[in-house]
Design a binder for this molecule. Structure first.
Ligand SMILES: [Zn+2]
Length: 206
């Protein structure tokens, strides 16, 4: 398979709906609402760069995966990004992490490119690292949190998949940061920059 930058397709997926198990909220905001602003900016910046972007609205994971599998017939160069916000039992735990599929070099590189950009705009927040997820080893990296639904997603989505978790809604400082609209806009911009850098690495392989 030859990789070119002529036809990358980016799929933007939705995080937990407000009533889904595992959905996070902060000060009355659901993570879905917070991610919507991030995704909006991400969409805008990618389309400005002539990247084809598909926004998905299916809540049902099985249905989403069916559509994503079908989409692969369009082009082999496809990226899927699903922005979530983290939560930890200890409210003092905070920071940002980015998940990729441990068994996919491309997925991990995509996660690293995005993570590096988030790090630039969150210099004071703890860096929880880029985590490779797999069915066998759960997380390769830190922290050792187990997230069943996200693992399933990372395994079954055929695209180069990445889950940025740019802030922790169980922590008051992170929540304060993410409740500022401008910071959500900056997150969308940063994630887009990471994706564009990842696409640039693809051209080097041609
Ligand atoms: Zn979530």
């Amino acid at each position: 398979m030859s990789l070119t930058r002529t036809s990358p397709v980016v799929h933007i997926l939705l995080c937990h709906s407000p009533d889904a198990p595992g959905a996070k909220t902060a000060n009355g905001w659901s993570e879905r609402q917070l991610a919507a602003d991030v995704n909006g900016c991400l969409f805008g910046r990618l389309t400005t760069h002539k990247i084809t972007v598909w926004q998905h609205e299916q809540d049902l994971l099985a249905r989403r995966i069916r559509i994503l599998k079908k989409a692969m017939s369009v082009s082999p160069n496809q990226i899927a990004v699903e922005v979530h916000f983290n939560s930890f039992p200890d409210p003092k735990t905070r920071g940002f992490m980015t998940l990729g599929r441990a068994t996919s070099v491309h997925s991990m590189r995509l996660a690293t490119c995005i993570h590096d950009q988030i790090q630039i705009i969150r210099p004071d927040a703890p860096d929880l690292g880029v985590c490779g997820c797999s069915k066998d080893r759960r997380f390769v990296g830190t922290p050792q949190e187990f997230k069943q639904t996200r693992l399933a997603l990372l395994e079954d989505v055929p695209q180069w998949v990445c889950i940025p978790e740019p802030a922790t809604l169980s922590n008051p400082d992170d929540t304060k940061w993410v409740l500022k609209f401008d910071n959500r806009r900056r997150l969308g911009y940063a994630i887009a920059t990471g994706i564009l850098e990842f696409i640039d690495t693809l051209t080097l392989e041609v």
